[in-house]
Ligand binder design. Structure first.
Ligand code: ZN
Length: 393
């Protein structure tokens, strides 16, 4: 299943759904980028026709959709009418579609607070066998729906769009998930971009008393985050929980490079020998990501460890998308995922780099001033000695 999201208009084409508060091209881009990110987080293959403010001629736009091999195209727009009273959301489908997806989208938009207007399709006036809108006519096998979130020409719609565009964007995600029978869940996504920088991770670990090895693992987590699409900030927090910031203290020891309590193929208990040993730090972090790959349903990097295949064979393998769902699956404790978030991730998010450097600066300044005082004392002593020597001579 693949989705392509089309942010209507762009560049020199502002779009008709423009008013003094927003340009249609900007609002549709904002909605589209949000939806792109959300589909990614849900583990659904997704593409955009444009990700910035550029002009796309309509044949180029439709070619992109056609060539994407996507199953569904969501084309985002804001409506406009001369009649200022015209309001509400509209979803337009192809004359060759049954309108099921379009109706689901409108229903979810209404659930999210939009005014209900209509679902419709339209053919060319001189050719009833052809779609009126080029986004339907020229996009081949891709099922395209045009979503008009409301009227820029209507005051009530404008207010709603400004305040609730994110809710509306999310409503479309929900509708698409329902339509493709995909489990729509919310929580803290395991997949996607990290919400913190590498430096923040390192400083956070240091503040929490991490070992040098654990701090140096941060950049390896970041590396495998980029390679897999799994969030390194989340896995680093999980590793912090599993290893007590690299201090270990349980059955697993530091030399095993096992940062996530990964077991061997057939463990008999919870002893040291029941846990996997990875040859290097890099292998250990890779093993952690690979293990998570079996949970979220993406391909591992390189040769996975034995236990990966055990997880892969479970009925729910590949269906876990949120940290909250890890409880009872990664380990028996139902609160496991919540603990990663509440006891580690929250604190990581609040790690203030600026504060860290400010403290560092004041510490250095303090050291400098102390050294300066010592220097002055020593200089005085030296000159006294010099005087004494001269007097002896
Ligand atoms: Zn438009």
């Amino acid at each position: 299943m693949k989705i392509i999201i089309d942010a209507g208009h762009g560049g020199k084409d502002n779009g008709g759904g423009t008013n003094k508060y927003f340009k249609e091209k900007d609002m549709t881009l904002k909605i589209s980028l949000y939806q792109y990110k959300r589909f990614k987080e849900l583990g659904i293959d997704v593409e955009l026709t444009r990700d910035k403010d550029i002009y796309l001629p309509k044949n180029e736009r439709t070619k992109k959709v056609k060539n994407s091999n996507a199953d569904i195209c969501i084309s985002n727009h804001i409506n406009n009418a001369l009649n200022k009273n015209a309001k509400g959301a509209e979803v337009i489908h192809s004359i060759y579609s049954d309108g099921k997806l379009a109706n689901m989208i409108l229903d979810e938009l209404v659930n999210a607070g939009a005014t209900k207007r209509r679902v419709f399709c339209k053919s060319l006036p001189y050719n009833p066998k052809k779609d009126y809108y080029y986004m339907h006519r020229e996009t081949g096998k891709v099922q395209t729906v045009i979503v008009e979130y409301g009227f820029a020409s209507n005051e009530e719609d404008t207010k709603k769009i400004l305040n609730h565009w994110k809710d509306y964007a999310e409503a479309v995600i929900r509708a698409v998930c329902r339509y493709i029978d995909y489990d729509y869940k919310t929580g803290t996504p395991i997949l996607g971009e990290p919400k913190v920088t590498l430096e923040q991770m390192e400083i956070w670990a240091k503040n929490r008393g991490a070992t040098d090895k654990f701090i140096s693992a941060a950049k390896v987590y970041y590396k495998y985050g980029k390679l897999t699409g799994i969030r390194p900030d989340i896995l680093y927090c999980q590793a912090a929980k599993e290893t007590a910031f690299g201090n270990f203290g349980g059955a697993v020891t530091e030399d095993m490079n096992n940062f996530a309590g990964i077991k061997i193929k057939n463990p008999t208990g919870d002893k040291k020998s029941d846990h996997e040993t990875f040859p290097t730090l890099d292998d250990g972090v890779r093993g952690h990501f690979n293990h998570m790959c079996a949970y979220v349903g993406i391909s591992p990097i390189g040769q996975p460890h034995d236990r990966y295949y055990v997880v892969k064979s479970l009925s729910w393998a590949g269906t876990i998308k949120f940290v909250e769902e890890l409880g009872g699956k990664w380990c028996p404790n139902k609160n496991y995922g919540y603990s990663i978030l509440n006891d580690y991730y929250k604190d990581l998010l609040n790690t203030d780099i600026e504060e860290h450097y400010k403290n560092l600066y004041y510490n250095l300044l303090n050291d400098y001033q102390m050294l300066k005082k010592d220097y002055i004392k020593i200089k005085k002593v030296l000159s006294d000695i010099k005087l004494m020597v001269e007097n002896i001579e």
